[in-house]
Ligand binder design. Structure first.
Ligand code: FAD
Length: 567
């Protein structure tokens, strides 16, 4: 195949914005987007609530500076303040740019872009398209990419980075339609493969494909992962499936109620109530359940999200998808009854370590979106800041790669490298002797993570989690693929995804054990206080000769000093 200037792995919001911007920066470039699903089925399409920008349409006194402060405070002071400046200053521009290329934002009565309140935000600044925001953004971007001549390789599964010395020469991927392993020689590669919260399996709001593939590929190629211990639990997952009920439901005025009929958030966040930040609201719900004030059912313990007082009109017009999901997955109509919910693993704050331009430590390799850690979310992301992150930093990474591609030699990938990737797959596909099935391991991984590396963490639990993961990794060596077909071998794909999840799960659990403090989403029962002296820093995990080597990086401070975080 002719070498590419840029190969982007991922067709979600980050990947597509990167592609569109790279094309705009230099239309002569040869740009490819690889995606294991059709781009418009990426997890971005599931984002319901919206994207933050201080447009000051709803609250006239809102400002970029307030957005910056809310984000830094929300991050429990672990975000890099220069990166947060970029995120929030670019936000109004990016929302308007999306409007100009066709995103149908919901409107207020004066016809300006509508904004709703979101957790941890001092002003209503979340811009939305009903409760289908990610879907509309993704459709808009896909259309633009097709228009500008980006080449799409849909249903291609990325396997490995081709690394020579200190730089990459491109990517190796499998064509899922034929089973053929193909080379994508490239001057630059941008990872935009989304998050890894699906490792919590059925206690997760994520799509089945959010298995952290890009992070695992980069990790195995020696690129450091940053802040992996920070996994966000969203307060309102549906009880049975973990599927998400958007924060927009509380933004519109929904209540959280325990079995005694109390709006219990008054105990934990007097001022912000249900609109406290996610880490705090999730801990509050779990505490209510642990202390016996939750409801019980064969499908597990839960509490109520009550929307009835909002009225049928508002629910139908602003939260139609939530109503549909509650009806389909819980058999509950929120117009008539409260929705049973429980916190669900939702977002990975950690990821591939990048600078503010999307560069990693490896020449020619960039990352953006949920798979990257810039870091703008620190220890806890605010709702509405991730769509914003993928757009702003997707655009920046696309621009940087387009500007820098000329510096690098055209990539080339040898036949031998391709053969190694094929060989690895072939071994998996030859059942012999005692073997394991991936389904059981995937389930067990989710269970041990939810139990031992969940919302409340503690040394003995984390040791158990690490031991379980090590055992699962050992058993994984015996996992075999039973579908021998070359065409859409989803069994093989799931096995490869499990390998990625296992590698990353280890970094999450080891990072959580090392960090002896409580900060943002990371709550240690045995170290309940934030310890700025020892732990006000980012953690790194780098794979060297098969071993994870821990490292650290200072947090970039700016105008805001460390403060106690109360709501
Ligand atoms: C249910 C839900 C609701 C959300 N709501 C909001 C919200 O309202 N506001 C907000 O700010 N954030 C929200 N978020 C978070 C936000 O949507 C995500 O963080 C964001 O969309 C991630 O975008 P991305 O482009 O980084 O990755 P994704 O959209 O996840 O895309 C990843 C892409 O990578 C590709 N890929 C992955 N692995 C491979 C591989 N091995 N080979 C080839 N391709 C691969 C996939 O095919 C896909 O195209 C929500 C998240 C969820 C799960």
């Amino acid at each position: 195949m002719k070498p590419f200037d840029i190969v982007i792995v991922g067709g979600g919001g980050a990947g597509l914005y990167a592609a569109m911007e790279a094309m705009k920066t230099n239309p002569a470039l040869n740009i490819a987007v690889l995606s294991k699903v059709y781009p418009n089925r990426s997890h971005t399409s599931a984002a319901q609530g919206g994207a933050n920008a201080a447009l000051a349409n709803k609250a006239k006194d809102d400002s970029v500076e307030m957005h910056i402060f809310d984000t830094i405070k929300g991050s429990d002071y672990l975000a890099d303040q220069d990166a947060v400046d970029v995120l929030c200053s670019e936000a109004p521009k990016i929302i308007r740019e999306l409007e100009n290329i066709g995103t149908p934002w919901s409107r207020m009565e004066d016809n300006t872009i509508a904004q709703r309140p979101f957790g941890g935000a001092g002003r209503p600044r979340c811009c939305y398209c009903a409760d289908k925001t990610g879907h509309t953004i993704l459709q808009t971007l896909y259309e633009q990419c097709l228009k500008t001549g980006v080449l799409f390789f849909n249903e291609y599964f990325a396997l490995n980075l081709s690394v020579h010395g200190s730089r990459s020469r491109g990517l190796i991927a499998m064509n899922m339609k034929t089973g053929k392993v193909e080379a994508f020689p490239a001057k630059t590669v941008i990872f935009a493969t989304g998050g890894y919260a699906k490792m919590y399996w059925n206690r997760s709001s994520n799509a089945a494909g959010n298995t952290g593939d890009g992070q695992a590929i980069a990790y195995r190629a020696g690129i450091p992962m940053k802040d992996m211990e920070f996994v966000q639990f969203h307060p309102t997952g549906l009880r049975k499936s973990g599927l998400l009920v958007t924060e927009g439901a509380r933004g519109e005025g929904g209540y959280l109620i325990n079995k005694d009929g109390e709006r219990f958030m008054a105990r934990y966040a007097k001022e912000k109530m249900e609109l406290g930040p996610r880490d705090l609201v999730s801990r509050s719900i779990e505490t209510e359940i642990l202390e016996g004030r939750g409801f019980d059912s064969p499908a597990g313990k839960y509490i109520h999200l009550d929307l009835r007082h909002l009225g049928a009109d508002l629910i139908k017009s602003r939260l139609p998808q939530i109503r549909e999901m509650s009806l389909n997955f819980e058999g509950v109509d929120p117009i008539e009854e409260p929705i049973p919910i429980r916190p669900t693993a939702h977002y990975s704050m950690g990821g591939i370590d990048t600078d503010n331009f999307g560069r990693t430590v490896m020449e020619g390799v960039y990352a953006a979106g949920e798979c990257a850690c810039v870091s703008v979310h620190g220890a806890n992301r605010l709702g509405g800041n991730s769509l914003l992150d993928i757009l702003v930093f997707g655009r920046i990474a696309g621009h940087t790669a387009a500007e820098e591609a000329g510096k690098f030699e055209p990539g080339s990938i040898s036949e031998e490298e391709l053969r190694e990737s094929v060989e690895e797959i072939r071994t998996r596909m030859q059942p012999s002797g005692h073997y394991e099935r991936y389904g059981a391991l995937r389930e067990e991984l989710g269970q041990t993570l939810a139990l031992n590396v969940g919302i409340f963490r503690e040394s003995s639990l984390l040791h158990k989690g690490i031991q379980d993961i090590a055992e699962l990794k050992e058993r994984f060596k015996k996992v075999r693929v039973f579908d021998s077909s070359d065409v859409f071998n989803t069994n093989l794909q799931q096995v490869l995804e499990l390998k990625n999840m296992l590698d990353l799960a280890e970094t999450v659990a080891v990072g959580a054990l090392a960090r002896e403090e409580s900060r943002g989403s990371h709550t240690r029962i045995d170290f309940p206080v934030r310890d700025d002296e020892k732990w006000h820093k980012h953690t790194l995990a780098t794979l060297v000769d098969g071993k994870a080597i821990p490292g650290e990086k200072p947090v970039t401070m700016g105008r805001y000093e460390l403060q106690e975080r109360t709501y």
